[in-house]
Design a protein around this ligand. Structure first.
Ligand code: FE2
Length: 425
């Protein structure tokens, strides 16, 4: 074997597990495996998980904070206006450099698969070219999936649909959209129809920014579910944000959720961004603005948490840590029950892996040998501590390593070092 991890705890709670890897794949998972390997890691009872996955990101805008100026109001609409000011002065070199820096951060955080939207409304398609280049560069250590995103509106921006088709022809993977940003509700619905038909024709997945609004009448998710079902796109369509659902009438939602489930449409909430950008027109009480995560999970709908933004026109914070995203999602959705907290961990690991359609993701023999050893004993503890990523492994090789965080104390009668895990043993 190339690499053997001893004494791991798995996300499903099994403990004392060994994982043997060779030729880039997991070969065996079990207790006290009688194998030897070139390298052995003692997990010491800590959690070993398949990599973190971000199902919703904007890599063309990331790390551009302050360019050409900061978002002074901190609102979504000023963010979109600011992105419009930045786009004409973007250079491919700077875009690639920022995206590559972010990918380094991601790897160090155990985040090895990202679905990033890329704005296709700039006729030069400079960001598309740049991110396709980045995708090839990072492929050995990170899966980057790109979504053709018409930020200025598919119908509202004259060349958007032609540009979207060009981007797909260049190698972008997924069809995006933004129906709530079109000029009218009718145009929004028409954009959903056009995009779903285009995706069905090309055999592609769909992931739309959908109903990112506090307006309870923004119901494009209903149209998205309708066309997903009509065109046989079950399991390949995702609605991102869906924040209007937070404000919708409960009776309407009780009809809507089974329709989404039936259409096999997945949902992505972006807790850090939803909690900061939504509810901005409210006085008090202020709405949280995140979509109905526990209700959708209970209805059998796949729900992932995305990071959406890191240091860009919309959000001035973030560092590529999906455990921070899960932490915020857990709080905003009040998912504090034991199973609910575990579901928040799944929302940044196996659920987004399913939404992206990643192959070889998991912890069974034959899966890719892609793993993260966390400084925590359970999925809930991992979220609580935003636990350190001790080892990040890709195709059976350690690609990032972090020491355990340890404070040396000088307290009489107390241990010399501090351990934030509960009952570390
Ligand atoms: Fe987004």
């Amino acid at each position: 074997m190339d690499l053997l991890i001893r004494n791991a705890t798995l996300p499903d709670g099994r403990s004392g597990v060994d994982i043997a890897m060779a030729d880039g794949r997991i070969q065996a998972v079990g207790s006290a495996l009688a194998v030897s390997a070139a390298q052995e890691i003692d997990a010491g009872g800590n959690l070993v998980t398949p990599p973190l996955v971000d199902a919703h990101f904007h890599m063309d805008a990331t790390l551009s904070y302050g360019l050409p100026r900061v978002n002074s109001s901190g609102t979504l609409l000023e963010g979109i206006a600011l992105w419009g000011e930045l786009k004409p002065v973007l250079t491919q070199e700077a875009l690639v450099a920022r995206a590559m820096q972010y990918c380094d951060w991601a790897v160090a955080r155990g985040l090895l698969a990202i679905r990033s939207h890329v704005d296709i409304c700039d006729d030069r398609l400079l960001a598309v070219e740049a991110l396709l280049h980045v995708k090839r560069q990072v492929a050995p250590y990170l899966d980057l999936q790109l979504v053709a995103f018409p930020q200025d509106g598919l119908l509202r921006s004259p060349s958007a649909f032609a540009n979207l088709k060009r981007a797909i022809a260049m190698g972008v993977d997924v069809v995006g959209g933004i129906p709530h940003f079109e000029r009218t509700m009718a145009d929004g619905a028409e954009s959903v129809r056009l995009l779903c038909e285009f995706a069905a024709e090309k055999g592609l997945r769909v992931d739309m920014h959908c109903d990112e609004s506090d307006d309870p009448m923004s119901r494009h998710i209903e149209t998205l579910a309708f066309h997903a079902q009509r065109l046989g796109l079950q399991g390949r369509v995702t609605g991102s944000h869906l924040t209007s659902m937070h404000s919708m009438d409960n009776y309407y939602v009780s009809k809507l959720l089974p329709l989404i489930r039936e259409a096999g449409v997945a949902a992505i909430a972006n807790p850090l961004i939803n909690i900061t950008l939504q509810g901005r027109h409210d006085s008090y009480p202020k709405r949280r603005g995140m979509t109905r995560v526990p209700e959708m999970l209970a209805a059998g709908i796949d729900v992932a948490f995305g990071h959406d933004c890191v240091m860009d026109p919309w959000y001035s914070l973030g560092s590529g840590d999906m455990l921070e995203v899960a932490h915020m999602g857990l709080h905003v959705a009040q998912m504090t029950g034991q199973e609910a907290m575990h579901a928040c961990f799944l929302a940044v690991t196996e659920t987004p892996a399913r939404i992206l359609g990643l192959s070889g993701y998991g912890l069974t023999p034959g899966c890719n040998a892609d793993l993260v050893v966390l400084d925590a004993r359970s999925t809930v503890e991992a979220i609580r501590l935003r636990a350190g990523r001790r080892y990040v492994i890709r195709r059976g090789k350690v690609i990032s390593q972090s020491p355990a965080i340890q404070a040396t104390l000088a307290l009489p009668g107390r241990p010399a070092t501090v351990d934030f895990r509960l009952h570390p043993g």
